[in-house]
Design a protein around this ligand. Structure first.
Ligand SMILES: [Zn+2]
Ligand SMILES: [Zn+2]
Ligand SMILES: [Zn+2]
Length: 156
């Protein structure tokens, strides 16, 4: 369990270079979407992204664009305990620990390089496994203190 801390800061990501790296054609929508995701550097829902883009990309196109970016490996889907699917720009693959009380989340990395291969091995009906989502949740120290050290389920 090395590399306990990941980071969400991605200074000056070059969207065009990233698209090329992902083997994706440069389109206006892809450059806009990737640039915006890299700038906010935190996972966002399609609705939040749409608002950030000021409606310059149609919702359906935005969704399709995001899925293409996911396919290219430059964006990942994140499902937090609130049940909302978010997308984030990933310079390096990582996961998150989310507080179920206040929603605060921090990025984490740990060594699990062969997880996709493992999934593929135990799922013989699948030809490929390209990725995974794995999210951790618990109570942050601030919330733990506020609750007087009592642990329990969130009601948020
Ligand atoms: Zn992973
Ligand atoms: Zn908290
Ligand atoms: Zn992240």
């Amino acid at each position: 369990m090395a590399n306990a801390r990941a980071t969400h800061s991605v200074p000056g990501a070059d969207a065009r270079a990233e698209l090329a790296r992902a083997g994706l054609r440069c389109t206006r929508e892809r450059v806009l979407t990737l640039t915006t995701l890299a700038r906010v550097a935190t996972p966002r829902t399609v609705e939040e992204l749409s608002a950030l883009l000021g409606g310059s990309v149609h919702r359906v196109t935005l969704y399709r664009t995001l899925e293409r970016l996911v396919g290219g490996g430059v964006v990942e889907r994140v499902l937090f305990p609130d049940g909302l699917l978010r997308y984030e720009y990933v310079s390096t693959h990582h996961h998150h620990v989310t507080c179920t009380r206040c929603g605060r989340h921090v990025p984490i990395t740990f060594s699990h390089a062969r997880m996709n291969d493992t999934a593929l091995r135990v799922a013989p009906d699948f030809a490929t496994v390209e990725g995974h989502t794995l999210e951790f949740y618990g109570t942050c120290r601030v919330c733990e203190r506020a609750a007087g050290g009592m642990s329990g389920y969130a009601t948020r």
